[in-house]
Design a protein around this ligand. Sequence first.
Ligand SMILES: Cc1ncc(COP(=O)(O)OP(=O)(O)O)c(N)n1
Ligand code: TZP
Ligand code: MG
Length: 367
Amino acid sequence: MKEAGYYDESTNGVVVMVEPYSQKELIQQVVYRILDANLDRAREGLRIIEEWCRFGLNNAQLSGECKHLRQEIAVWHTTELRAARNTPGDRGTELTHPQEEQRSSVKSLLQANFCRVQEALRVLEEYGKLHHPNMGPAFKQMRYRVYTLESNLMGYQRQQMLWRSRLYLVTSPTETLLTTVEAALKGGLTLVQYRDKTADDSLRLEQATKLCQLCHSYGALFVVNDRVDLALAVDADGVHLGQQDMPIATARQLLGPQRLIGRSTTNPDEMQQAIAEGADYIGVGPVYETPTKLGKAAAGLEYVSYAAANSSIPWFAIGGIDANNINDAIDAGAERVAVVRSLMQAEQPTLVTQYLLSQLNRIKPET
Ligand SMILES: Cc1ncc(COP(=O)(O)OP(=O)(O)O)c(N)n1
Ligand SMILES: Cc1ncsc1CCOP(=O)(O)O
Ligand SMILES: [Mg+2]
């Protein structure tokens, strides 16, 4: 590094004044350091995401896109930029956010790293404009690809979880909402719907927020009944809509392509329509009349058998299903069931969850 004045042996100790860095050179060094640090940051974040795509999701396409992005970023990481590195003098290396020490779920870990990559790419886009005319546009394009990657990964993850879920808990209002749901999650539950037809919105928002966090901390999906706005407000995985609720197309516009939309169906016409409209899953029932949905006639086990033969998307038999009759629904073709009272009113929700899942898991896995 050039210095303003130094001891030079060749001049026998005469202090020679050398030209200091020009202001322009100093600024260039700073820009190089920013680029160097953010090139590393972006690649590290992508690597963390890539590992989940590869080992967690076993998805070659998503992990391949992470790898391509990392490789494209690496091309910009020249020796010139690396040479500007000054780790001991970089005060930022000591700063960590408390949330970096602990993550509540893989989802929050992935979200944090997507955020980190997007921020780094934005920095590279802006400062890169000072370095090379192609750098700004190249990193802008990569940033948009990362947004798409994030959306595709979250959507894929939800679909995978949905297809794997065999038991669906639809909640009912109770003082012990969180502890009951948590007990079921401990039993292996992977899909929860928040349903409260009477609470006011402030309570709904509070409960949905807590339930969403709880479900995600167990790696389970969280869906909100009826209300697209509430689903968006708490960043739920989706919404469940009945025949009297909002049309699927409108909900899809509001929720985007990656969140789940479920639809209740009572007969073959409703099923075909829900599938044609782009529902991700359907409720099939009520299989039996139930006090939870008073006044709604039973669709019966015949409709369960129809769904088994005709539904191309995941479907959940619902209505009056409990530990005593679950095998009748299974014998009629159900591979997935949704319950309210069986779990919400269970003395031991963990055990009941385990029992219901053990019955459903006897069925051959999805291919
Ligand atoms: C999984 C599942 N299936 C059906 C329903 C019923 O929805 P809907 O017909 O809109 O009735 P309400 O639940 O809103 O009273 C459901 N919630 N979940
Ligand atoms: C919401 C709903 N939609 C059809 S049946 C039903 C309620 C099922 O409740 P339970 O499992 O207590 O019979
Ligand atoms: Mg509804």
